[in-house]
Design a protein around this ligand. Structure first.
Ligand code: OGA
Ligand code: NI
Length: 331
């Protein structure tokens, strides 16, 4: 029988129970993912958001295309011959009310849509921040530091719509990948499953059955960099299991903004455990993953080896036009 995902209760964690903190640490180190319950986001808001984004996908294609990139690949992704099942909206950075309003303006959102998106962005942003702070604390990065560690970190929405067809049952909706950022708060489709995560014990894939009203939390590549290899960037994929529309809403806590480099806190580096990865900003890492097409954690290998000069700024626009064009539509 397949192993079952760890379940973490956010309310219990907030009450500083040491057993729940240990459970969180174990989940992050061993699994790289867990199910989050008692997170404080009303189920009614989660279902309203799902309804609202479903309506946004019904807009004319010319309107949907107004959701343009801020970071490469952060905006609307249309159905294409490469990706005939997959369509997505994106919003960077949900921590900025102005950016959320701009997203709504681009799509001509109604006042109700706007209010729902604003509320949901604030709520899932809060969940990401709280869980990240508790995670740091569970690893011995003190609460007084932990509380302020991630405050200004950038967060992106990716709202996914999978157009599963009878003839695509059994094929991949999204290939095996790791998330590039630090921590993901995923609202799965509550009825149509398909998400699978890598089993920590045998490298097979475990189907994750959706549980309405909860979030699936994933750690990404940047969590592995930040923790000097302690935290697991879980590989996962989405399989088409039935001919149905599947909508999921991911809030990615990416990393520090504005090309600030990510480095492990001193507690994670010592003589016995030297620094594994060179410091890098999230923006530079994202482009590196896209250009090299190393989407399943292999891009971390590019950060290993002899220390290189600190890279503090990476200008995407300095890339040759053909490389830029190549990375426009890839996550
Ligand atoms: C993603 C992802 C899973 C899903 O957007 O990175 O893994 O269930 N999504 O849609
Ligand atoms: Ni993912």
């Amino acid at each position: 029988m397949a192993a079952t995902l760890p379940i973490i209760d956010l309310q219990e964690l907030q009450e500083s129970s040491s057993s729940s903190s240990g459970k969180l640490r174990e989940a992050c180190e061993h699994w790289g993912c867990f199910r989050l319950i008692n997170h404080g986001v009303p189920v009614s808001l989660m279902s309203e958001m799902k309804k609202v984004v479903g309506e946004l996908f019904d807009l004319p294609i010319s309107v949907k295309r107004r959701n343009v990139d801020v970071l490469s690949g952060s905006g609307y992704i249309a159905l294409s011959s490469m990706n005939p099942l997959y369509e997505a909206f994106g919003l960077y950075d949900i921590g900025s009310t102005a950016a959320v309003h701009e997203f709504c303006d681009q799509l001509g959102a109604s006042p109700h849509h706007r209010e729902t998106i604003l509320k949901y962005a604030e709520a899932t942003h809060g969940v990401a921040m709280k869980v990240a702070a508790r995670m740091a604390e569970s690893l011995g990065v003190l609460a007084s530091d932990g509380a302020g560690l991630f405050e200004d970190w950038a967060c992106q929405f990716r709202i996914n719509k999978y157009h599963f067809q009878p003839e695509t049952v059994g094929s991949a909706g999204v290939q095996i990948h790791t998330d590039s950022g630090f921590l993901t708060v995923l609202q799965e489709d509550e009825t149509v499953g398909g998400l699978e995560v890598m089993d920590p014990s045998d490298s097979g894939y475990i189907p994750v059955d959706p549980v309405s009203g909860t979030f699936l939390m994933n750690l990404g590549d940047l969590a592995t960099v930040w923790s000097n290899g302690k935290l697991r960037n879980v590989k996962h994929r989405v399989e088409c299991k039935e001919a149905a529309v599947r909508i999921s809403i991911a809030t990615f806590m990416l990393g520090p903004p504005r090309y600030t480099v990510v480095e492990p806190p001193p507690a994670f580096v010592d003589g016995r455990r030297p620094r594994l990865y060179r410091p890098i900003s999230y923006e530079e890492f994202r482009v590196m993953r896209q250009i090299t097409d190393k989407q399943a954690g292999e891009a971390l290998e590019l950060l290993q080896g002899p220390a290189q000069p600190l890279s503090t700024k990476f200008d995407v626009n300095s890339l040759p036009a053909d490389v830029l064009a190549q990375i426009q539509d890839i996550d």
